[in-house]
Design a protein around this ligand. Structure first.
Ligand SMILES: NC(=O)c1ccc[n+]([C@@H]2O[C@H](COP(=O)([O-])OP(=O)(O)OC[C@H]3O[C@@H](n4cnc5c(N)ncnc54)[C@H](OP(=O)(O)O)[C@@H]3O)[C@@H](O)[C@H]2O)c1
Length: 134
């Protein structure tokens, strides 16, 4: 019996790197995993690698409509979320004193705004579904 038998997990940024490795592990432990990322080709490769019990939903974790579409898909296909891993993120090396407004915006748009709304929308979706509070 796996540690995640019957559980539903959502992993943003799940098409490559650590989150892809995590998605594979979650499936091996019995979960159905929804992965989100922007590039469809990388998502297709990830689905092939994971092999089963995985649904790819193309989208940007900082775009509210894309997050709604992600959670609508989960709700339609599996009903509820048990595990959320908000992994979509980015970083670019920059020297203090030379950081541009664009660099600041890119980092905070996804890492702060995207992560906040990824979590908030997951909680909101859970509350509507289960009647539990945040
Ligand atoms: N690797 C490190 O040493 C390290 C250190 C500290 C923190 N982190 C953080 O840990 C997380 C995973 O790191 P990693 O190196 O394993 O990642 P990675 O291989 O660079 O993968 C990043 C993943 O996030 C997706 N992604 C990027 N922007 C996105 C967006 N706006 N919306 C949805 N998905 C998006 C990418 O796919 P698309 O490009 O197709 O969207 C990809 O699937 C990241 O948040 C990273 O910033 C990593």
């Amino acid at each position: 019996m796996g540690k995640l038998d019957g559980k539903v997990a959502v992993i943003t940024g799940g098409s490559t790197g650590m989150a892809l490795a995590g998605a594979k592990l979650f499936v091996e432990e019995g979960a159905h995993v929804f992965i989100q990322a922007r590039r469809q080709e990388a998502l297709d490769d990830a689905v092939k690698l994971i092999g089963r019990n995985v649904t790819a939903v193309q989208g940007d974790a900082a775009e509210l409509d894309d997050l709604d579409r992600l959670y609508d898909t989960v709700k339609r296909e599996k009903g509820s979320i048990d595990v959320l891993w908000a992994s979509a993120g980015m970083g670019e090396p920059a020297v203090l004193g030379e950081i541009t407004e664009e660099q600041f915006h890119r980092a905070f748009w996804l890492n702060a705004r995207g992560t906040l709304f990824t979590v908030q929308k997951a909680l909101k979706s859970s509350r509507q579904r289960d009647g539990c509070g945040v």
